[in-house]
Design a protein around this ligand. Structure first.
Ligand SMILES: [Zn+2]
Length: 513
C-alpha cells in the first residue's frame, strides 16, 4: 500500500483566537502564520474575514506573506461572508474558503429555524458562490457529532456536486467518544470515497479531542483540524502536537500514513503561541508542557542514564526542545553571534528588527548576567509582534511606601513630544496604570494581570501580560511587557495594550454581533 498524507489544518488563528482573552494584534497573527508555515501545516485557517475589518485585514496580510501553506478563511453560508472570505485571501498563492452550516436537528430547528431542505439549498448556494473565488472549498456540517448520518450523506452529495472538495465533520460540542467518531467517519468516508476528503474537527470538552481525531484517521479521515497547545473555544481543540507525535511515535500502527509536519518546529511554535497569548500550557501537558520530558523519580533517572529508551518514548530533540542550560550570550557578544544564536532558535529577522532586538539585548545583557534561550525567544517575540509605537515609555519613577500612597511619575513619547505626568493609586501598579491613563486620556479597565519569570535566577526577566478593556463593546486587548524590573515590565505591557488598541481602533467587531 502506498503512503498517504494526513493533511494538518491548523485553526489556532481562528478557533484558537476564540480562547477567552486571546485577541491578538495583526503583527502577532502574521508572526504566528509564518511559524505555522515553517512547522509545515498544510492549511492555515487565518481567521473569519467577515467578523470585523481587523480580521479581514489580518487575513489579507497573512495571505500575502505565506508561500507554501494554503491560506483559508472561514465564512458562514451567507453571500456577504463568502465575498469577504474570497476577497481577503485573493492574493494568497494557495487559497481555500471554508464555509459551514449546522446539520443537527437541534441546531437547524432552534438556531437556524430552517427545514433540512432549506439547509441543503443554502449550503449548495454557499459552495457554488465560493467556487467563484477559489477552486478549493471546504464545507463543514456544523455539529456533525449530533447530526443524522443519512442527512449528512444527502448534504455531502449536494455540496460535492456544487464543487466542495473537503467535507469536515466537527464534533462542535465535544460530546462524542472515539468509537462513535470512528463509526461516523468510516461511514462517511466510504460514502464519499474519492469524491472528497473527509476531515474532522474535535473539541476537547471531555478531554477526547486527540483520541477522537486519531480514531477518525484510523477510519479514513485524511484531514485533521487542530490547534497549537490545544487552544480553542471552551476546553479547546484537539492539540496539533499531540496528534502529530502520536502518528509519528506509533508509526508501527499508522504505517502508511504521514504528515508534512517538521516536528522540530513544534516546541518553537508552542513557545511563540504561549508568549503571544499569555496562555501557558499546563506543566504536565503532553509534548509541550514544562514537565513533559522531566524525569523526577530516582528509579527513572537511573534507567535514563543507562539507556534513555527505558523511560522515554520520544526524545525532546524530536520536537525541537534543546535543553540549553549554559550561558548562551553575554554583554560582550557581538551582532554576528546574536544573529547566529537567533537563527539557531529559528528566528530570521530583517535588518531593522534585528537592530532593534540587538539594542534591547545589549541593554538586557548589561543588567542580567546570564541570558538563556527562553529569554531571547521572549525578547525577540516581544520585539517582532509590537503594534505601531504610538505611545513609547521613556522613564518611570516610583514612590511606594508601605504606609502612605503609592505614586508614580511617567514620561512618555508621542508624536515626537515628551509628556510627563504623575498619579497615585491604591497600589504601585494601579498608580502606574492610572498615570498612563491620564496621559493618554483613554479610559480603561484592567481585566487581568499576570507576571511570570521567563527563565531562572534572581535576575530573571519578568514577563507581564495584561488584559485591558478600553471599550466595553469591543474585545479585551492583550499587552506584553518584558523587563528585569517587574514595574517597568508592567508599564510596558499596559502601553503595549494601548498601542494595539489604537492600531486596530475602528476595526473591531462589536460584542453584540
Ligand atoms: Zn471549533
Amino acid at each position: 500500500m502506498s503512503t498517504e498524507t494526513i493533511k494538518i489544518f491548523d485553526t489556532t488563528l481562528r478557533d484558537g483566537e476564540q480562547s477567552p482573552g486571546a485577541s491578538m494584534n495583526t503583527e502577532e497573527k502574521i508572526q504566528i502564520a509564518i511559524q505555522l508555515e515553517k512547522l509545515g501545516v498544510d492549511i492555515i485557517e487565518a481567521g473569519f474575514a467577515a467578523a470585523s475589518p481587523g480580521d479581514f485585514d489580518a487575513i489579507s496580510k497573512i495571505a500575502q506573506r505565506i508561500e507554501n501553506s494554503t491560506v483559508c478563511s472561514l465564512a458562514r453560508a451567507i453571500d456577504s461572508d463568502i465575498k469577504s472570505a474570497g476577497e481577503s485571501i485573493a492574493k494568497a498563492k494557495n487559497r481555500r474558503i471554508h464555509t459551514f452550516i449546522a446539520t443537527s436537528s437541534i441546531h437547524m430547528e432552534h438556531k437556524l429555524k430552517m427545514t433540512p431542505d432549506e439547509v441543503i439549498k443554502r449550503a449548495v448556494r454557499a459552495v457554488t458562490y465560493a467556487r467563484e473565488f477559489v477552486d478549493d472549498v471546504e464545507f463543514s456540517c456544523e455539529d456533525a457529532g449530533r447530526s443524522d448520518i443519512g442527512f449528512m450523506k444527502d448534504i455531502s452529495d449536494a455540496v460535492i456536486e456544487a464543487g466542495a472538495t473537503t467535507i469536515n465533520l466537527p464534533d462542535t460540542v465535544g460530546f462524542r467518544l472515539p468509537y462513535e467518531i470512528g463509526e461516523m467517519v468510516r461511514i462517511m468516508s466510504e460514502y464519499t470515497k474519492d469524491r472528497a476528503i473527509i476531515s474532522v474537527h474535535n473539541h476537547n470538552d471531555l478531554g477526547l479531542g486527540v483520541a477522537n481525531s486519531l480514531e477518525a484517521v484510523v477510519n479514513g479521515a485524511r484531514q485533521v483540524e487542530c490547534t497549537i497547545n490545544g487552544l480553542g473555544e471552551r476546553a479547546g481543540n484537539a492539540s496539533l502536537e499531540e496528534i502529530v507525535m502520536a502518528l509519528k511515535v506509533r508509526g508501527d500502527i499508522f504505517k502508511d500514513l504521514r504528515t508534512n509536519i517538521n516536528t522540530k518546529e513544534i516546541y518553537p511554535s508552542s513557545r511563540l503561541i504561549s508568549n503571544i497569548t499569555g496562555i501557558e500550557p499546563q506543566p504536565n501537558k503532553a509534548i509541550v508542557g514544562k514537565n513533559a520530558f522531566a524525569h523526577e523519580s530516582g528509579i527513572h533517572q537511573d534507567g535514563m542514564l543507562k539507556n534513555r529508551e527505558t523511560y522515554e518514548i520520544m526524545t525532546p530533540e524530536t520536537i525541537g526542545l534543546v535543553k540549553d542550560d549554559t550561558l548562551v550570550l553575554g554583554k560582550h557578544s557581538g551582532r554576528a553571534a546574536f544573529r547566529d544564536k537567533l537563527a539557531k532558535l529559528g528566528f530570521t529577522l530583517e535588518d531593522n528588527a534585528l537592530n532593534k532586538s540587538f539594542e534591547r539585548f545589549k541593554i538586557m545583557a548589561d543588567k542580567k548576567k546570564e541570558i538563556f534561550d527562553d529569554d531571547l525567544r521572549a525578547l525577540v517575540t516581544n520585539e517582532m509582534t509590537k503594534a505601531e509605537q504610538i505611545y513609547e515609555l521613556i522613564s518611570l519613577q516610583l514612590m511606594d511606601f508601605s504606609e502612605g500612597t503609592p505614586s508614580s511619575v511617567v514620561k512618555i513619547r508621542k508624536d515626537n513630544q515628551e509628556i510627563i505626568d504623575a498619579g497615585v493609586g491604591e497600589g504601585t501598579i494601579d498608580a502606574i496604570f492610572k498615570t498612563i491613563e491620564r496621559i493618554s486620556g483613554i479610559e480603561s479597565h484592567l481585566m487581568d494581570y499576570k507576571v511570570k519569570s521567563v527563565s531562572k535566577g534572581k535576575d530573571a526577566l519578568a514577563s507581564v501580560t495584561v488584559k485591558v478593556s478600553f471599550n466595553e463593546k469591543e474585545p479585551v486587548i492583550i499587552g506584553h511587557g518584558l523587563h528585569i524590573d517587574t514595574m517597568l515590565a508592567s508599564a510596558r505591557a499596559y502601553i503595549g495594550a494601548l498601542n494595539s488598541y489604537l492600531s486596530m481602533e475602528g476595526k473591531f467587531k462589536t460584542k453584540s454581533d
